[in-house]
Design a protein. Structure first.
Length: 74
């Protein structure tokens, strides 16, 4: 089983940042996120997990972000 995020994720223009800032549409990460077919990938990712065994997996975007963060630290 995989924990799924809502299909209609909040767009970056309306994303609230606690320090009062705003994400720019020109940000390279914003542009990259818009290119990735998240819904299709989420379906494939979720199909890899057993529904009746083990703890639910984290959402794809969280797992992907953790991988990118790990690569940036090296």
């Amino acid at each position: 089983m995989c924990l799924r995020e809502p299909r209609h994720q909040l767009s970056f223009e309306y994303f609230f940042l606690p320090f009062g800032g705003k994400l720019s549409g020109d940000n390279r990460w914003v542009k990259l996120a818009e290119l990735i077919p998240w819904e299709d990938l989420e379906d494939d990712y979720a199909s890899q997990f057993c529904k009746s065994f083990g703890a639910p997996a984290n959402p794809l975007r969280m797992a992907f972000g953790a991988l990118i963060g790990d690569c940036q630290e090296r």
